[in-house]
Design a protein around this ligand. Structure first.
Ligand SMILES: NC(=O)c1ccc[n+]([C@@H]2O[C@H](COP(=O)([O-])OP(=O)(O)OC[C@H]3O[C@@H](n4cnc5c(N)ncnc54)[C@H](OP(=O)(O)O)[C@@H]3O)[C@@H](O)[C@H]2O)c1
Length: 304
């Protein structure tokens, strides 16, 4: 079958190749025909962490079940699904664990579904990590990006007053309509917050941490800006604050959380904010646009 593989000599470190057909080896695994994929910052910027030359990367995909899980745990043949795994997603066919799959409502197209696994599950799990947010101020950094645009909607839906931090006014376009109470460029002048969903890293992480109220929590999800920075914990303590910082990694299995966001999308209550739709043939251009901060939200690519 045709797939995108890790190739350190290719300009963006990915190339198309013919690879062996994937085969379910465990009773809870199913095989899907992939119709759409999405790109995530982590998998395109840290491609060197791929499983090796010629391996098939890809976290998010959506498609149709070709072979059902042998143990009967997943959806039957012919079901439209979205799924998440740490590899194998950027290919014509893919094996998934049935516990990491969601069934698509009729109104959810494959691109929409492919945009939701990493971004949707991350947003759900990080918002939960803040505890109750009803009536509380929640800062979301990198709010213009794939995770950020979904998190703005879900945090607002959970009752938070959302402060969406972006790199420029243009990057913040549409966030107020998605539920942000404030859209800010930089954190100067932002009033203290109960929680932070932090996606940018570097100095932004330290600045956001110092905005926490006593008892507040920062979830450190990503560092799109690169290297981390030093946090002045002594300054925090001298302000008599008891704050928490948690590093985040997706918790498995993700099927329930994925089904939740897919169903919201099906009811028109969540928009995955696909800022770029294209064919997977144009992978390199899509990677450049994503890493160049020119995509408002997600990149979704169709196969075929
Ligand atoms: N731990 C986990 O399990 C997990 C799961 C999902 C994502 N993540 C991480 O979370 C972060 C956000 O993911 P995402 O998919 O939302 O990424 P994304 O769509 O690329 O968004 C990242 C945002 O960060 C901002 N940013 C600030 N400085 C940047 C820079 N130097 N380069 C690129 N972006 C910069 C950009 O906003 P402006 O242009 O408005 O500044 C951009 O919209 C990434 O670091 C990703 O690896 C981690």
């Amino acid at each position: 079958m045709r797939a995108i593989v890790f190739d350190p000599d290719a300009p963006r470190r990915f190339a198309f190749a013919e690879v062996a057909e994937p085969v379910p080896t465990r009773p809870e695994e199913l095989l899907i025909e992939v119709r759409a994929i999405s790109l995530n910052f982590g998998e395109v910027s840290h491609a060197d962490n791929a499983d090796g030359i010629g391996s098939v990367p890809g976290w998010d995909s959506a498609g149709v079940v070709l072979t059902a899980a042998a143990d009967g745990s997943g959806p039957p043949v012919g079901t439209r699904v979205a799924g998440l795994g740490w590899s194998g997603g950027w290919a014509q066919r893919r094996v998934l664990n049935s516990a990491n799959v969601a069934v698509l409502p009729d109104d959810v197209d494959f691109e929409t579904a492919a945009a939701l696994p990493v971004a949707g599950v991350t947003a759900v799990q990080t918002i939960r990590g803040l505890g109750p947010v009803l009536g509380r101020r929640v800062l979301i950094t990198g709010a213009s990006g794939g995770v950020g645009r979904v998190a703005v909607q879900l945090a607002s839906r959970a009752g938070a007053h959302v402060i969406a931090a972006v790199g420029s006014p243009q990057r913040g376009a549409g966030l107020a309509e998605l539920g942000a109470g404030e859209v800010v460029v930089g954190l100067d002048g932002v009033a203290p917050v109960h929680g932070v969903l932090e996606h940018v890293g570097g100095t932004m992480l330290a600045e956001a941490f110092h905005l926490l109220l006593d008892g507040g929590t920062l979830i450190a999800t990503g560092s799109a800006s690169g290297p981390q920075t030093t946090i002045d914990f002594e300054a925090e303590r001298m302000m008599l604050k008891r704050t928490t910082i948690k590093s985040f990694m997706v918790s498995w299995p993700v099927g329930e959380d994925l089904q939740y966001v897919v169903d919201l999308a099906g009811r028109g209550q969540l928009d995955p904010q696909i800022g770029l739709r294209d064919s997977w043939e144009n992978l390199d251009g899509a990677i450049d646009a994503l890493l160049g901060r020119r995509v408002p939200g997600k990149v979704a690519l169709t196969l075929g």
